[in-house]
Design a binder for this molecule. Structure first.
Ligand SMILES: O=c1[nH]c(=O)n([C@H]2C[C@H](O)[C@@H](COP(=O)(O)O)O2)cc1CO
Length: 144
């Protein structure tokens, strides 16, 4: 199973410790193609500041998105890139699982929370200590 994990980078790195925990749990289900998103070394500057590097990042990530069997996104910290990835993933008819932490005090975008008519698009509210449990529930639902 190939998993594409989405999390904020240039949108802000406040939740990187949560991304780390999610990616660690995801690795028990398959290969996480975007492990770098959870790296504490990666700042909100992104992988490469040069404009030419951005095209390479975009094309590599879309290639990984095509290859993936499932897309898991932590959507608490708003990120243009994550929103874009989710839109592209919907278009590719991927299975999508979005995780949001209400304890942040934020209100999730209607374009994510409201995508209830999209097939295989699930939004789950959770707290940090539930990461392993909610992922377990999601991956067992895939088997049915
Ligand atoms: O350096 C990067 N590497 C990278 O893989 N991304 C992808 C993966 C993340 O899920 C998403 C984050 O987008 P943003 O940087 O707009 O928050 O975009 C984004 C950047 C920087 O925009």
């Amino acid at each position: 199973m190939k998993v594409y994990f989405c999390g904020s980078i240039r949108g802000g790195r406040d939740d990187v410790h949560v991304y780390r925990r999610i990616v660690h749990a995801l690795q028990s289900y398959g290969t996480v193609l975007t492990e770098h998103v959870s790296s504490a070394e990666l700042s909100d500057r992104g992988e490469n500041n040069a404009a030419s590097g951005d095209q390479a990042i975009h094309n590599r990530d879309l290639d990984w998105l095509h290859q993936s069997d499932v897309v898991v996104a932590e959507v608490t910290q708003p990120s243009l890139g994550v929103g874009y990835e989710l839109g592209r993933a919907v278009d590719m008819k991927k299975k999508i699982f979005c995780l949001f932490r209400p304890s942040s005090g934020r209100i999730l975008s209607a374009m994510i929370r409201g995508a209830t008519d999209v097939e295989n698009f699930v939004v789950r509210d959770y707290s940090e200590d539930e990461v392993e449990k909610v992922l377990e529930q999601f991956f067992s639902s895939l088997k049915n």
